[in-house]
Design a protein around this ligand. Structure first.
Ligand code: FUL
Length: 489
């Protein structure tokens, strides 16, 4: 009897060690929600501005344009979405209503909408056409509905807030699952307001009752990420130039200022200043929005000013490559199509990203890690291109190395890393050394890895041995390591 008990004890001891080693690391700090994890996978998407304002050649419609001017005779959502797809964009956010108040869908809440225009003989629904085109092409779809409405006669009163919530409810109910609900920060000022042509000021911290409004989003569109400049699921990066700070934490603690949450302290327009809050209370990654041309709306005089594929690639590295999202403003012209130079630029950008990140040189290397938790968390998982598998160290091991050894010299200038973010933003810093002339030489260093960190080396490095030295306050969990040579197209 005693011998059996002893065997059982030994067995339990061994298996408990095994079970412990198989257990995943404890999560660390603020964690992304399911909707944010899905948003992180989109990485690059676009924001479409197209209203009567396009036909007026303005950036902000006053709210007084005759709906009859909205007559895009060649509009084709499939063609626009095809250009998004060629650019590698994974989603489209449609400005369903901009500040001019013109709704691109036949809303029941306001007369100033697409049914008053000649488009599709007044029977059109452009939100639907974009939505359907996105679904067909496998792109995510989201909406931007401007809170500021320069046409609505009751803007500024509580009645308008009710109308705005009804508009959102229509958008949330009739167009399938949305990945984003984008809420602009420009609010109150002069406008048409049903013909009054007045200036109406609102207190943007209280007027919209965002808590009540966003409860509707949560109820009707649980997977829609709320974007706003006061933060929520996704925060504004603080500029409209398309870049995040070199250090950019996804975790964030808003700073209360003037009775509201000031998500973006004023200094965030500089790449050198850290963005976000290390160890912040919430997971609120940044979105970098930037138009493809100088304006958010199409202007014929901006021909020739479309960002080039190289410029877009550089923004990609400074946004997606810093754990943020890149939201590109893409605007149809009065035909209802994209200008050829925009289509070409998107295509070139898509190719540049795809070609540059096609061949992960690390996959041809022998990989060794200084520590692993168990077989279920081995080093090779950083090379399998699966974001759900990851390498993790034992609980007590907070610094560790990844070594890559090739049988011959490799040349590269891009280094890409991803943490396993369902367990939080764990890593404090990474230093990368290359063996050059028999010595380990530091070639790069970075903080804030998170969803994605891409380091672009100023010069290509040639080596057959590379070492990543990683440090965290808890054990490490990484899902990807990559080494690439940027394509020249
Ligand atoms: C801004 C707006 O005022 C611009 O018109 C544009 O829609 C941009 C994306 O957001 O705040």
């Amino acid at each position: 009897m005693r011998i059996f008990r002893r065997i059982l004890q030994v067995f339990l001891l061994l298996t408990s060690g095994f079970i412990f080693a198989q257990a995943p690391p404890q999560p660390y700090g603020a964690l992304p929600s399911a909707r944010q994890l899905a948003w992180h996978q989109a990485e690059v998407y676009g924001l479409v501005h197209f209203t009567p304002t396009t036909f007026e050649n303005k950036e902000w419609g006053y709210g007084d344009a005759d709906p009859k001017i909205f007559n895009p005779k060649e509009f084709d959502a499939d063609k626009i979405v095809a250009a998004f797809k060629a650019g590698g964009l994974k989603g489209l956010v449609l400005v369903a209503k901009h500040h001019d108040g013109f709704a691109l869908w036949p809303t029941k809440t306001a007369a100033y909408n697409i049914s008053q225009s000649p488009f599709r003989d007044g029977k059109g629904d452009m939100v639907k056409e974009f939505e359907q085109a996105c679904r067909k092409a496998g792109l995510k779809f989201g909406v931007y509905c401007s809170p500021w409405d320069r046409n609505n006669p009751v803007y500024g009163s509580h009645e308008y807030v009710k109308i705005y919530r009804q508009q959102l409810t229509e958008l949330y109910t009739n167009y399938g699952e949305l990945f984003m609900s984008w809420h602009d920060g420009a609010n109150g000022g002069d406008g048409y307001y049903g013909g009054e042509r007045a200036t109406r000021k609102i207190d943007r911290s209280t007027y919209y009752g965002w808590d009540t409004t966003w409860a509707i989003t949560r109820k009707l569109q649980p997977m829609a990420n709320l974007f706003s400049d006061i933060g929520w699921d996704v925060r504004w990066v603080g500029n409209e130039s398309g870049f995040a700070g070199e250090t950019s934490w996804a975790t964030f603690t808003p700073v209360p200022a003037n009775g509201m949450n000031e998500a973006i302290p004023g200094n965030l327009n500089h790449e050198v200043n850290p963005f976000g809050t290390r160890g912040g209370k919430n997971w609120v990654p940044a979105e970098c929005d930037v138009p493809l041309r100088p304006g958010w709306f199409y202007h014929p005089e901006q021909k020739g000013k479309t960002k080039t594929p190289e410029q877009l690639f550089s923004l990609y590295l400074k946004s997606v490559g810093r754990g943020a999202g890149l939201d590109l403003g893409i605007a149809p012209d009065t035909r209802g199509l994209l200008d050829d130079e925009d289509v070409k630029s998107l295509e070139g950008f898509g190719k540049l990203v795809a070609e540059s990140f096609k061949n992960n040189l690390a996959q041809a290397a022998t990989l060794r890690v200084s520590n692993k938790r168990s077989k279920s968390y081995k080093g090779m998982f950083v090379l399998d291109q699966m974001i759900d598998s990851y390498w993790a160290t034992e609980d007590t091991v907070k610094t560790a190395d990844i070594n890559l050894t090739w049988t011959s010299d490799q040349t590269f200038d891009l280094i890409k890393m991803r943490e396993y973010i369902p367990l939080g933003q764990r890593i404090d810093s990474v230093e990368v050394d290359a063996m050059i002339n028999g010595n380990w030489t530091k070639i790069a260093a970075a903080t804030s890895i998170g969803a994605c960190r891409i380091i672009h080396l100023s010069e290509p490095v040639k080596t057959s041995q590379l070492r990543f030295r990683i440090a965290a306050p808890v054990c490490i969990a990484m899902s990807e390591v990559g080494v690439y040579k940027k394509a020249n197209l």
